[in-house]
Design a protein around this ligand. Structure first.
Ligand SMILES: C[S@@+](CC[C@H](N)C(=O)[O-])C[C@H]1O[C@@H](n2cnc3c(N)ncnc32)[C@H](O)[C@@H]1O
Length: 263
């Protein structure tokens, strides 16, 4: 059963996401996204799937009080966090909304950020149509998604690792979306201006890195899914920390960034 979106109603999960997004790995990922989108003062921007609000807060500073940022999300917890994070920028508006039914008029935005949200939606075609509709002519969008099958994670019991990752991937609409996204974007009428890969590589399991928080999120989410028991997950976590204590830890995942134009 697919339970897309439901995980973001769980406060433990959303707090874990917030912790993950404060790591240098994810800060560097955001910097890469900003560098590609290239916002200017006075622009009107949409942040689809605002999450804890790090992107909207930073984009608010970039466009300044003469611009506007709209951050939308379907999770109450995330909307709360984003509102707190942006509360000193009255030109940043955080509101409830669905990526597949954007609550905006056609051609409303100069630029759109959709970071790690399209991999979660149940129908990416509908979401891309919506992005195309609300972006102005010659406007641009930055889409970032992970390929969850790009994970390279050192672990001797491959069977257990595969089972754990399979149940983690269950909450994604398309856990390997980047592989088909270029073709989908072109079909919708976007022009691809730049395509980049952003790797995250950790050789330590400390709370200052991405994969530590991923372990925590997986530990909280997967017991009871696809036959995974609490004992399976505890064993998996213990083995990862054992590997780390021997100085042998290795984790890598690839994120893909698409900068597109609406001609
Ligand atoms: C992994 S977080 C990414 C947050 C943020 N974009 C970032 O990169 O910092 C995904 C967010 O998308 C939201 N989301 C999932 N499906 C959505 C949908 N159909 N419409 C709007 N938001 C959605 C979730 O609630 C969650 O806050």
């Amino acid at each position: 059963m697919k339970i897309i979106g439901d995980v973001f109603k769980d406060t433990k999960f959303t707090k874990g996401i917030e912790g993950m997004y404060m790591t240098p790995d994810v800060i560097a990922q955001r910097d890469k996204s900003f560098q590609m989108l290239g916002l200017s003062e006075g622009e009107k921007v949409l942040d689809i799937g605002v999450g804890p609000g790090f992107l909207s807060a930073a984009m608010g500073a970039m466009v300044g009080p003469g611009g506007e940022v709209y951050g939308i999300d379907m999770s109450e917890d995330m909307l709360e966090m984003a509102k707190m994070r942006c509360n000193e920028q009255p030109w940043v508006h955080i509101k409830s909304g669905n990526a597949m039914e954007l609550p905006f008029e056609p051609e409303s935005f100069d630029a759109i950020m959709a970071s790690q949200v399209y991999e979660l939606v149940s129908d990416v075609d509908v979401a891309l149509n919506e992005m195309h509709r609300v972006l102005r002519k010659n406007g641009r969008a930055l889409i970032l998604d992970s390929d969850w099958d790009s994970i390279v994670w050192y672990f001797q019991d491959r069977d257990l690792m595969d089972k754990i990752l399979l149940s983690w991937k269950e909450h994604y609409g398309d856990p390997i979306l980047p592989r088909t996204l270029s073709a989908k974007l072109i079909k919708k009428g976007f022009e691809i201006k730049q395509l980049e890969v952003f790797p995250i590589l950790n050789i330590k399991l400390t709370n200052n890195n991405f994969s530590y928080w991923l372990v925590k999120l997986i530990n909280d989410l997967v017991p009871g899914r696809k036959g995974i028991t609490r004992e399976d997950v505890e064993l998996w976590v213990k083995k990862l920390f054992d590997i780390d204590s021997k100085g042998e830890y290795f984790f890598n995942i690839n994120r893909y960034l698409f900068l597109v134009n609406k001609n």
